[in-house]
Design a protein around this ligand. Structure first.
Ligand code: ZN
Length: 325
């Protein structure tokens, strides 16, 4: 059954079908495997011609193998090395921003670009990589933490195969999304993304931002928060879902707003798309149940493919607007 709000989105999108001529169409994989020198124990299909859910799953498992990764922990530092190594291995430049949002707490965001560092990137794709600190029982955060990073790492490999596209995208892995208290509020949580908006200043903001959070659960239902989303970004999301033939019951919108890493960018006037799975009322969220058992390669592949399609559609739209003006 289609949700009424999704039908509303379809109404916005209108009847015009768009064929995306960019590289995110049907893909086949070859069987080459290679071991990354950055992480000797991880084997991924480096020559896969498009986004590989299996590769993303491998990265998700590798991050979880480090254990819970709350801000400031040795496991958090180890995952920064892992992510930077994987990105550099496929030609991206990784950079760390360390900051202290509260006295006695140091946090580190990781950002990555492809090609000339001085060029502005219109599209920012982000996720958070800290996991929720939960007393004695810190959680592994396979979905709430590792899944977004896993998709971004595989996205980097896929984009690097089309350098002109990769050069228009920046990747950001934020620290401190999780609140120190129970829930994210205006003052607690989103430390990395809040810092990043301030660090960039008005001139350094991207033209749009896509944030991924909890995007690897098997059978997940994505609910894009409509109150935080511009009509343009909503239309692109709908077009991507429709063109990829994904089930509209699982790629929906949420009739509200979320406290997530897109929020500081929304407040700074950046059009955002927050791809986030439904989690309220779930049994796994912020519990030890958030482990690799709930992750699927197919789910990660869907999330990566939708992200790629939205990036491609956004850039194609901007190009045609530019040419016709
Ligand atoms: Zn969380």
């Amino acid at each position: 059954m289609r949700t009424p709000h999704f039908q509303r989105m379809r109404w916005w999108v209108g009847a015009g079908a768009t064929v995306c001529a960019l590289f995110v169409g049907n893909c086949e994989r070859n069987g080459d495997t290679a071991e990354s020198p950055a992480t000797q124990t991880v084997n991924v299909q480096k020559n896969a011609t498009c986004f590989s859910g299996e590769n993303a799953y491998t990265h998700c498992a590798a991050l979880c193998k480090l254990g819970p990764r709350p801000s400031g922990s040795p496991a958090y530092a180890a995952q920064l090395n892992y992510i930077a190594g994987q990105l550099e291995d496929v030609g991206w430049h990784a950079e760390r921003d360390t900051f202290s949002p509260l006295s006695g707490i140091r946090m580190t965001n990781l950002r990555a670009t492809f090609g000339d560092k001085r060029t502005a990137r219109p599209v920012l794709v982000s996720c958070h990589i800290d996991t929720k600190k939960n007393g004695e029982n810190d959680i592994l955060g396979a979905d709430d933490g590792a899944s977004g990073a896993a998709v971004l790492i595989e996205l980097a490999r896929t984009l690097a195969r089309t350098p002109e596209l990769a050069r228009q995208v920046e990747l950001a892995f934020f620290d401190g999304e999780e609140a120190l208290g129970e829930h994210i509020t205006e003052k607690d949580g989103l430390y990395g993304s809040r810092y990043d908006v301030i660090r960039r200043g008005k001139q350094g903001l991207p033209s749009c931002m896509i944030n991924l959070d909890m995007v690897g659960g098997a059978g997940k239902v994505i609910g894009v928060p409509i109150m935080d989303t511009t009509v343009e970004m909503c239309e692109l999301y709908c077009r991507a879902v429709r063109e990829l033939g994904l089930p509209e019951e699982r790629w929906t919108i949420h009739l509200g707003s979320y406290w997530d890493d897109h929020r500081p960018f929304v407040e700074a006037g950046v059009p955002t798309l927050n791809l986030i799975a439904s989690f309220a009322g779930s049994r796994w969220w912020h519990t030890p149940g958030d482990n690799m058992h709930r992750i699927s390669a197919a789910s990660l592949a869907e999330s990566g493919t939708v992200t790629l399609r939205v990036i491609s559609l956004y850039l194609a739209d901007k190009k045609s607007t530019h040419q016709s003006s």
